[in-house]
Design a protein around this ligand. Structure first.
Ligand SMILES: Cc1ncc(COP(=O)(O)O)c(C=O)c1O
Length: 438
């Protein structure tokens, strides 16, 4: 291959070339040959308004004429100050905002805040993190340790700090002999046992509302709220990852508010800038923040910072993005548009390789199986992702599957017409790819 680029999460041997995207127009990506593809995964789950939204482009160009980057070390800048205030406004219980560049680093900061908090208040034995199996928090070392997906990260296991992992209730794949409700209680009970019997536990970390990369597992009602309550009861910090699920992806601006589970620390990313520039944020409550205050020579402050922390262009576009959420009543619109998914459940589930459909808001995961009754997984030689990418392209959609799960994660402002089109094209794609994956 002529290109010098190494692509993310890709078996490079499988790909001779990559289609070159040269333009984005609304919900469509256009390649160098003029082919149009409807963006089914919101450019890795971050695009909100579609591509080339004039207001966002203007916010970037206006800010880039004034100040492109200036450090947050010793200094501040107007767009970041405004953005921090905006984020606090939509995040009940939160007090301060720490900016970074991406979801993984936002989570690394969350772990450092949680662990150092106990150090700061002289409870130094509290060093352990509990989390859910199959959670995902990014690809950096701390994120891999906490969001440990064995197939992805097994090769690094020795270098990762250990965490306590608790099973997660997935109604489609329950262990034998359990009903869904029983299994939820079993998981909650396990969590409580750990917390009750181990006073070294510092924090419980989970994605808010649903596990996305771990297979689109949507938490049953009350599950997250009850974990939050257990954290309070047993003096454990509650850390939520809303990088993929906040900002309307599951149908609410603040997923933890919807789940009635106020955390001590929460992270945002992806949709924060409308999907236009790289920025993420970690928010903490006053209790956490105050523990970091003290005389300089007591070294209580947070040793963390990135070159581009609080970048003013990214902050400016994030502010404009948030203004558009309000102006266009986006959350209400999502709640209405997302009903379109339901209309297609029947047709999708009739396909013989579809085992399960999991959906909330603007997120749908379609789990493919070899045998519907036995729920056996499919394992073609070629990656399912590559097969679906190629088949999707024939149908004019851009897909990126997660193993045997076809993900629909469209830009949040997609129209009802385009969402219908996207789902119809996805159905054709599954049918077209069927023979190749079996
Ligand atoms: C829940 C969650 N947390 C963190 C991350 C990491 O974000 P990033 O890819 O921006 O580092 C992701 C990415 O998909 C995610 O889904």
């Amino acid at each position: 291959m002529k290109s010098s680029v190494w692509h993310p999460n890709t078996q490079m041997k499988e790909w001779k070339t990559f289609d070159k995207i040269i333009e984005g127009k609304g919900m469509w990506l256009i390649d160098s040959k003029g082919n149009k593809m409807l963006d089914a995964v919101a450019s890795m789950w971050c695009n909100v308004w579609g591509h080339s939204k004039p207001e966002l482009v203007k916010a970037i160009t206006d800010q880039s004429k004034k100040l492109q980057h200036s450090s947050m070390f010793n200094l501040t800048n107007e767009p970041s100050e405004k953005l921090a205030k905006n984020l606090i406004k939509i995040s009940p219980g939160m007090h301060k905002v720490f900016f970074s560049d991406n979801g993984s680093t936002a989570m690394e900061i969350a772990f450092k805040l949680a662990l150092q908090y106990w150090h700061n208040i002289n409870e130094k034995k509290k060093t352990k993190i509990i989390t859910l199996e199959n959670g995902y928090h990014g690809d950096t070392f701390g994120a891999m340790a906490v969001g440990y997906v064995p197939e992805f990260f097994g090769k690094f296991k020795k270098q990762l700090f250990s965490t306590i992992q608790v099973p997660v209730p997935n109604n489609y794949r329950l262990p034998k002999g359990h009903s869904f409700l029983e299994y939820q209680n079993f998981c909650l009970d396990k969590i409580e046992q750990y917390m009750k019997n181990d006073d070294k536990i510092a924090a419980f970390v989970m994605e808010s509302g649903a596990q996305v990369a771990g297979g689109v597992v949507i938490f049953p009602d009350g599950f997250q709220r009850k974990i939050g309550q257990l954290c309070k009861k047993h003096n454990v910090l509650f850390v939520l990852d809303e990088v993929a699920t906040g900002f309307g992806r599951l149908g609410s601006m603040s997923e933890y508010t919807k789940q009635k589970s106020i955390p001590d620390i929460v992270a945002y990313g992806k949709m924060l800038t409308g999907g236009y520039l790289t920025m993420a944020a970690t928010l903490a409550n006053k209790k956490i923040y105050d523990s970091f205050l003290g005389e300089f020579n007591r070294w209580k402050h947070l040793f963390h910072g990135h070159t581009f922390t609080g970048n003013p262009i990214a902050a400016a576009v994030a502010n404009e993005n948030l203004r558009l959420y309000q102006k266009n009543k986006l959350i209400k619109k999502i709640q209405k548009t997302s009903k379109i998914f339901e209309k297609h459940y029947n047709e999708i589930s009739k396909i013989d390789i579809v085992g399960d459909i999991r959906h909330r808001g603007m997120l749908m995961g379609i789990e493919l199986v070899k045998d519907k009754k036995k729920k056996t997984s499919i394992h073609p030689k070629k990656s399912i992702n590559k097969i679906f990418y190629e088949e999707g392209k024939k149908n004019g959609i851009y897909l990126r599957t997660l193993g045997n799960i076809v993900m629909l994660v469209p830009p949040l402002d997609i129209s009802e017409y385009e969402l219908n089109l996207l789902i119809t094209k996805t159905i054709s794609t599954i049918k077209g790819a069927r023979k190749q994956v079996l």
